[in-house]
Design a protein around this ligand. Structure first.
Ligand SMILES: *Cc1c(COP(=O)(O)O)cnc(C)c1O
Length: 371
């Protein structure tokens, strides 16, 4: 008999299959025009991205990490400053803060994997300049208390929305709450390019104008430099690909929502997972369960050709460069406990009911033999 059905963690070629005509046409057109960097596709994407995120401005940059870094730089946050963020994000979040010269200060998370707003005030010092919540897995951080605390202490709020394009909190899109929202167009994100790319959203005209220069060598025009800047621009080819995909994003998010509903129905009582609070619309970048015997389960699934991932197995405060800042095991018990119990199941719009069923049945099988 031919082999059983495998379930990959991601399967981008399936998406390319139905988008390829549009994508190839656009790329050809760019070659014919020779319009490769910050071209008309980028301008068009910036306009559409801003509208999609309910923001006045959006600008394309080299990647999501640069989006964070450039915003921190543009706000003049650097040496001797502190930025409060979550310890369970992708390493990039803290890396961007540190590379800008500031100190990442971590605050533990809650059951929903996002920063616990009620622990933020204890972490504020005279050096704190910003709070940088991460909307992890596509679920929004609890923005109301975060904004309140930030206002009270006169801090910027910078959103790491790399996993949360289109996510809503109280009917507002992520990326529109703080001074700026930072997005990634990495191939593994919900809205993605054929390589690296990033976007920044803001409603602040001064910040927007500063960032336009900062991403392009600090140039005011072709020949005049206003300050030392960076080269972090979005390519036309990447923007063109994202322009094609943006038309499908809401449809994909609908599919991801249905997949999560099915996972939740089938896995209820077997593993645990956070559920959306009212007036929250997650975009399910990841479907992350919490479970006992995580490593054994992951191994078992792998033997059944079901690929899963852990986002992320080692919290940032326990990574080498953070240890040098004085962090140690036990500092953030919730994030540490979660890092040993979380498992991300396959989730993408092209995943079939049959595949979802295989995943959930095998998880049930595992626990029926391992309790
Ligand atoms: C992917 C990601 C980033 C970084 O984006 P890149 O485009 O890969 O630089 C930052 N933060 C989070 C939470 C991410 O998931």
């Amino acid at each position: 008999m031919s082999g059983r059905i495998s379930v990959k963690y991601v399967n981008l070629p399936l998406q390319y299959e139905y988008l390829k005509d549009d994508i190839i046409d656009k790329i050809k057109n760019i070659f014919y025009k020779g319009d490769f960097i910050l071209g008309s596709e980028v301008k068009n994407l910036e306009k559409r991205f801003a509208r999609y995120c309910d923001c006045k401005y959006a600008l394309g940059v080299g990647n999501g990490t640069d989006a964070l870094f450039l915003v921190i730089k543009a706000l003049n946050i650097g040496k001797d400053d502190e930025v409060i963020t979550a310890p369970n994000s992708f390493i990039s979040t803290a890396g961007a803060i540190a590379n800008a010269g500031a100190k990442p200060v971590f605050v533990d998370v809650r059951d929903d994997y996002n920063i616990n707003p009620y622990l933020i005030e204890d972490a504020i010092t005279s050096k704190t300049k910003a709070v940088l919540p991460v909307h992890l897995t596509g679920r929004p951080a609890d923005m109301n208390p975060i904004l309140e605390i930030a206002k009270k202490h006169d801090l910027f709020v910078i959103e790491d929305a790399a996993q949360a394009i289109g996510t809503e909190y109280n009917d507002k899109k992520t990326g529109s709450f703080g001074i700026a929202g930072c997005f990634s167009l990495h191939p593994l994100k919900n809205l993605n390019a054929g390589g690296d790319g990033g976007m920044i959203t803001t409603n602040d005209l001064d910040l927007y104008e500063k960032l336009i220069k900062l991403r392009n060598h600090g140039l005011r025009n072709r020949d005049e430099c206003e300050f030392w800047g960076y080269n972090s621009r979005l390519d036309s080819i990447q923007a063109a690909i994202v322009n094609v995909k943006l038309d499908y994003l809401d449809e994909w998010h609908e599919k991801l929502r249905n997949i999560v509903t099915t996972y939740q129905e089938k896995l209820d009582g077997i593993v645990s997972f956070p559920r959306d609070k009212s007036r929250v619309n997650s975009t399910n970048h990841l479907f992350m369960i919490q479970c006992d015997k995580r490593d054994e389960l992951q191994n078992y699934l792998s033997k059944k050709d079901i690929e899963t991932k852990v986002h992320y197995p080692l919290p940032i405060h326990l990574q080498e460069p953070a240890k040098k800042l004085g962090y140690k095991e036990g500092d953030f018990p919730i994030a540490e406990l979660q890092s040993k119990r979380i498992l991300s199941l396959p989730i993408y719009p092209e995943l079939t009911d049959e595949q979802i069923n295989i995943v959930t049945e095998e998880i049930k099988n595992f626990y029926s033999h391992n309790n």
